[in-house]
Ligand binder design. Structure first.
Ligand code: NAI
Length: 335
């Protein structure tokens, strides 16, 4: 039996995690979960947002299923989500964006993938006020050739293996001439080794507009950390919102699966959160560990449940919504 570290998270985390675990159990794939706390619950209990025993569990099991974790804004402890990505060098952030029949959104048949560099640039945590009266602040974004090469290579290899036709390198190299320039230069070099894949590059601001106007012109997007973060939420909005957007964080040894969304404090405890994003993240995990049948069954069950629109949460059907648990039960029924 496979053992996976599990962090339920806070906010809506425990509600959607319970739903996701029921779905995984119903697939029949045998997984032993090692429960741990991180973030706010861990501070309350251990005075440490990412205790050593949690890191050791992930190191041992190499797999982590994680609910969302709140990060205080402006002050307080640094993001545990970012800390986990750095600790285990999870340099690939894989975020597929796919339309669902049954969700009312401006676009249909969207099918694109965002590869976000997950460890460098403005998420490195190198920042400070220049003096005690906070007259100015500085955040340093470091982009390395090594870091750019490995995410770009991963995206191109993925595209080659999965028959994707086109890669768009997204940057702001007209202004960020060094960090953006290096990422773009590395991308252009690597693209020469993949002549069967069409490559183009675009500036982040133009891409944001073009994604809203016509997302079908994009296939695979590869970009730096901050732009990837922002574009992921934008793209989830093209297919029905954060409730249906899963994410995988992949490194050489360890992989972490989660939803794109955060802890949604505005709806926490109300039993109305859509569990689909985290459930779809369990499907990404199944695919990662070679349980392809279970992965397909989970994805198809989510698709059918959304298409039927009988048992869907408020974000999908505000007029006739069901609870998180009821939607998960419908997904299990459709497995
Ligand atoms: P958020 O993603 O938690 O919520 C944004 C909006 O989407 C809210 O209106 C929320 O109700 C809605 N939403 C999110 N997930 C939903 C779901 N499953 N079903 C229905 N509606 C859903 O972003 P927000 O509010 O800016 O961040 C809250 C906290 O989460 C912050 O502390 C932030 O740092 C953290 N966060 C954590 C992430 C992670 O654990 N990987 C990722 C993003 C944010």
């Amino acid at each position: 039996m496979r053992t996976v570290t599990l962090i339920p998270g806070d906010g809506i985390g425990p509600e959607i995690m319970s739903a996701a675990l029921d779905v995984v159990k119903a697939t029949g794939v045998q997984i032993e979960w090692e429960y741990h706390e991180a973030g706010i619950p861990a501070i309350e209990k251990y005075k440490d947002p990412l205790p050593k025993h949690v890191i050791e569990s992930i190191q041992r099991n190499k797999l982590l299923l994680k609910g969302p974790l709140t990060t205080p804004i402006g002050t307080g402890f640094r993001s545990v989500n970012v800390a986990l990505r750095k600790e285990f060098d999870l340099y690939v952030n894989f975020r597929p964006v796919k339309s669902f029949e049954g969700i009312q959104s401006i676009w249909h048949d969207v099918d694109l993938i965002i590869f976000r560099e997950n460890t460098e640039e403005f998420y490195s945590g190198i920042e400070h006020y220049i003096d005690t009266i906070k007259s100015a602040a500085e955040t340093i974004g470091i982009v390395t050739r090594f870091g750019s090469e490995r995410i770009l290579l991963y995206a191109y290899e993925y595209a080659r293996i999965h028959g994707r036709k086109k890669i768009t390198i997204v940057h702001k190299a007209n202004i960020l001439k060094y960090t953006g320039g290096l990422f773009l230069e590395v991308g252009q070099q690597i693209s020469k080794e993949y002549p069967e894949i069409e490559t183009n590059d675009k500036i982040i601001d133009a891409v944001s507009m073009q994604l809203v106007m016509n997302p079908h012109q994009f296939d695979v997007i590869v970009t730096t950390n901050l732009f990837g973060d922002i574009l992921s939420d934008l793209c989830s909005g093209l297919v029905g919102g954060l409730g249906v957007a899963p994410s995988a964080n992949i490194g050489k040894d360890v992989a972490m699966f989660e939803a794109v969304h955060g802890s949604a404090p505005d709806i926490a405890g109300k039993k109305i959160a859509n569990p689909s994003a985290l459930i779809l993240a369990t499907a990404l995990m199944m695919r990662h560990i070679g349980e392809l049948d279970a992965a397909n069954r989970i994805e198809n069950a989510v698709k059918k449940t959304i298409k039927d629109r009988q048992f869907v949460t408020k974000d999908i059907d505000p007029k006739n919504p069901v609870t998180t648990t009821q939607m998960a039960e419908a997904i299990i029924h459709n497995l």
